[in-house]
Design a protein around this ligand. Structure first.
Ligand code: CMC
Length: 423
């Protein structure tokens, strides 16, 4: 097959566009010369057809329901690896040897305590501040506290900045919880805990016993959130980084993008929606809420359903649904919201509106039920997403930073405002 495409312009001029094929046979047309050659730009709201860079971090096939980091399936990684190794894999491209992992964790450990002065930033915020605001503010504050690691053109500085961000995200997330709940924030005595166990101990106290299965479940959830190619928050990290803003600034912006209810903020919104359904009669009220989601005059959407890329069951949701059953059984939790979620899912999957549009449960549909079973409050669900996704943002920021062909992100517009007029 030809590796070029021909585009005929309205004036009959023909333009030859190079066509690329990715390693997974995805097809891509290079339009980078389009405006220069023809004066035209492309119109692509939501960037549904726009690929701003080549990337080798994550592959996903939304039709087949496949998600792989650096070639390894999320199913295999959840079963045979752990989040520490996955962070390394996502950022550096290979699973670490034992020695590489030990050095990586030592580097994170070097920076695992937030500077006490930075923690005082919370004092400037109201008590009920959403933890995502705190997490984003603290990450931005790292630029001020580590100015010696903020030069994107210095690879050594960038590496240290990565260790700072990965080392401190855990106490940042946990201290945000403590601030919200008026609890004193303390570091656990054991310095070698997994992210999940460390988080639970920092949130609930050093004497909190972390069950090994719960530890494994949290680790699995973090793996499932580790990366998802050019989603909204990752594209934000890339766009901010493209101006050569430092990595902390880019990560802080990515957290804000993640917080939106159409993106990572959906995990909190799912539980709030299920609570609303439960409050209006539980399973009896499902039809009403499905009706609202289908009504085009109503802005309500079924939270935790639908995805820009997945037109099949989100493979992360498949794993989380099984985990959810396990955790509920293991902890003997009776959560009325689980029954509502299951009935809602079943009803939507039989409804022509959802089937015709290929709307399936996404990663956020069942994760909240798991967090609820672990007594993690609703407003912490999106910070937990950020905890997992941080390594993905870093990997993308770093990949772009090392890409000699990267340019500042600067889309074009189709101006439809007034033409020149005088006062
Ligand atoms: N409830 C009702 N209708 C929906 C939903 C939904 N959750 N999602 C999509 N649709 C409809 C949409 O109205 C449109 O209908 P029509 O063709 O008649 O105009 C059609 O399905 C296609 O949707 P779209 O708006 O073009 O899809 P999108 O790719 O722009 O948006 C989405 C993707 C995830 C923002 C959207 O599905 C949504 O709002 N879902 C609910 C929020 C949510 O769960 N977000 C988490 C996403 S997964 C995790 C993450 O990315 O962080």
């Amino acid at each position: 097959m030809s590796d070029v495409a021909k585009l005929t312009m309205p004036d009959g001029k023909e333009l030859t566009l190079p066509a690329y094929t990715g390693t997974e046979q995805e097809k891509c047309l290079d339009i980078s010369a389009l405006r220069k050659e023809t004066g035209y730009v492309t119109f692509d709201p939501g960037f549904g057809n726009t690929c701003p860079a080549k990337s080798s971090i994550t592959f996903l096939n939304g039709e087949a329901g496949i998600l792989r980091y650096r070639g390894y399936s999320i199913e295999d990684l959840c079963e045979k690896s752990d989040f520490n190794a996955v962070m390394y894999l996502v950022i550096y491209g290979e699973l670490p040897t034992e020695e590489e992992l030990a050095t990586f964790l030592e580097n994170l450990q070097k920076y695992s305590e937030v500077k006490p002065q930075l923690l005082k930033l919370y004092d400037a915020l109201p008590q009920d501040t959403h933890p995502m605001i705190m997490v984003s503010s603290m990450l931005a504050g790292l630029s001020a506290h580590y100015p010696q690691f903020t030069n994107p053109q210095n690879e050594e500085e960038v590496e240290e900045a990565i260790f700072v961000a990965l080392g401190q995200i855990l106490p940042i997330v946990a201290s945000a919880y403590c601030k919200n709940n008026d609890k004193e924030f303390k570091y656990p005595s054991d310095k070698n805990l997994s992210y999940g166990a460390g988080l639970l101990k920092m949130m609930f106290g050093d004497d909190y016993e972390v069950d090994a299965d719960v530890d494994k479940i949290l680790d699995e959830l973090l793996i499932l959130h580790a990366d998802h190619e050019f989603n909204c928050s990752t594209s934000t990290a890339r766009l901010v980084g493209s101006s050569q803003a430092n990595i902390f600034a880019s990560l802080s912006a990515a957290v804000q993008a993640l917080w939106g209810p159409l993106h990572g903020g959906a995990n909190q919104k799912v539980i709030e929606m299920l609570e609303e359904i439960a409050g209006e009669g539980g399973v009896e009220a499902i039809d009403k809420f499905l009706g609202m989601a289908k009504d085009k005059s109503n802005p309500f959407r079924l939270m935790g359903f639908g995805h820009r890329v997945y037109k099949n069951y989100d493979p992360r949701a498949k794993i989380i649904k099984k985990t959810c059953d396990k955790v509920i059984e293991k902890l003997g939790v009776e959560d009325p919201l689980l029954a509502v979620a299951q009935k809602l899912e079943a009803a939507a999957l039989q409804d022509e509106y959802f089937t015709a549009r290929k709307l399936y449960p996404n990663v956020d549909f069942y994760s909240g039920i798991v967090y609820r079973a672990l007594n993690i409050p609703t407003e912490m669900y999106t910070p937990l997403f950020a905890l997992g996704r941080l390594c993905g943002w870093i990997a993308h920021w770093r990949e772009q930073n090392l890409d000699a062909g990267a340019r500042i992100g600067r889309p074009r517009q189709l101006y439809v405002g007034p033409t020149e007029r005088s006062l």
